[in-house]
Design a protein around this ligand. Structure first.
Ligand SMILES: Cc1ncc(COP(=O)(O)O)c(C=O)c1O
Length: 361
């Protein structure tokens, strides 16, 4: 495994952070980075001060948007330790995103060791307040100085950390989503499955429209027929039916393979809930909400955890779900998932690994 150089850093005090952390507003003292060149492969891995990057204005990232990222969290356990949750899945997804964008992959063991070492050194920044966590953001950018639309010969991989509250202020309070019929996010065969900024940049206009109308995120329909449910903002989506079944859109090629989605499907089965991954017709969803067949709808993501949907806007019609209240299935799954993440419940699937404080891995 590649050795990581540890450079000296002036430490600041996380106790000085405001009680309201928000999401992605504050960053820790250290960052990880390593460089890639086609000749030398990955090299120069180090953990040093969190600081601005120096990049050539002709770096490919600024012209081709060749950049990928991922997101996972470190959780403060009830016994004071620190858990990482299914971090290998994030490292593997990072590599799938890299491949899709013509970028080099990072050996999973090296990527996980980099995260563990960084979090181990920054252990004081893993919040103690309920539901807060240390968000981990790995990034890769094409840093080669070249106005050339091809695979980069040089890249930079870095990891930064941010103490965060859940993505939506209000924690488990239901969110309101706006169904976009004008704009689409991703098409099968495109880059929707990759965690690459272009997908997010292209979603901002519709998100701003949603926010201006009083909603928090956009529900995206498929880009071809504009009829089938894809996902919601930074979350996958699930529906709960009166007969107890849980349905979520299949991984069509246009949506992200969410780690939370995958975990929720497993936990639901553990709880005896029948699950299915299918193409879901949004017009049927509307009819099923109206008839009471759909009893709950919720988003799933690392940032948002499990976010019940209380209100939906489609073609200027406002539709309320479950009286605008969180439903019991979302609550059970939330309790189960966060119980494992924060070490309150037994980790029967071997999803967590504890971080060694100090030198990390
Ligand atoms: C577009 C999109 N869909 C779904 C998700 C949920 O994925 P995960 O559960 O791995 O965080 C995210 C967040 O990473 C996302 O950005």
């Amino acid at each position: 495994m590649a050795a990581i150089r540890i450079d000296p850093v002036t430490e600041t005090d996380p106790a000085r952070l405001p009680a309201e952390l928000g999401f992605g507003k504050y960053f820790t003292d250290r960052m990880y980075s390593q460089r890639y060149s086609a000749q030398a492969g990955w090299h120069d891995a180090s953990i040093g001060p969190y600081q601005p990057l120096v990049l050539d204005p002709a770096a490919q990232v600024f012209h081709n948007g060749q950049m990928i990222f991922d997101g996972t969290k470190a959780y403060r356990r009830a016994d004071g330790g620190i858990n990482l949750f299914r971090v290998e899945q994030n490292a593997e997804r990072f590599n799938r995103s890299a491949e899709r964008m013509g970028m080099p992959t990072v050996p999973v063991a090296d990527h996980v060791a980099a995260i563990e070492t960084l979090v181990g050194l920054e252990h004081r920044w893993v919040p103690h307040q309920p539901d807060a966590a240390l968000y981990i953001r790995p990034v890769m950018i094409a840093s080669e100085k070249a106005l050339a639309i091809r695979a980069p010969q040089e890249c930079l991989h870095y990891i930064i950390l941010s103490p965060v509250a859940p993505y939506f202020a209000g924690g488990f309070a239901p969110v309101a989503v706006y169904v976009s019929h004008e704009y689409v996010r991703a098409v099968r065969g495109g880059t929707g499955e990759a965690k690459t900024p272009g997908n997010y940049a292209g979603s901002i206009k519709a998100t701003e429209i949603a926010i201006a109308k009083g909603y928090q995120q956009v529900l995206w329909l498929d880009a071809v027929e504009r009829r089938y449910v894809d996902e919601v903002g930074a979350m996958n989506i699930a529906f709960v039916y009166q007969d107890g079944r849980l349905r979520t859109p299949a991984l069509s090629g246009a949506i992200l393979h969410g780690v939370t989605r995958n975990s929720v499907l497993t936990l639901a089965q553990d709880l005896g809930i029948e699950t299915s991954e299918e193409r879901i017709d949004f017009l049927e969803v509307l009819a099923d909400i109206a008839s009471g067949r759909i009893t709950e709808m919720f988003g799933m993501g690392t940032g948002a955890v499990i976010a019940p949907v209380g209100r939906l806007c489609y073609q200027d019609r406002d539709i309320v779900l479950n009286g605008g209240e969180p439903g019991p299935v979302a609550r059970r799954l939330y309790d189960e998932l966060t119980g494992i993440q924060f070490g309150r419940l037994p980790d029967r699937h071997g999803w967590t690994r504890q971080v060694r404080v100090g030198q990390g891995a």
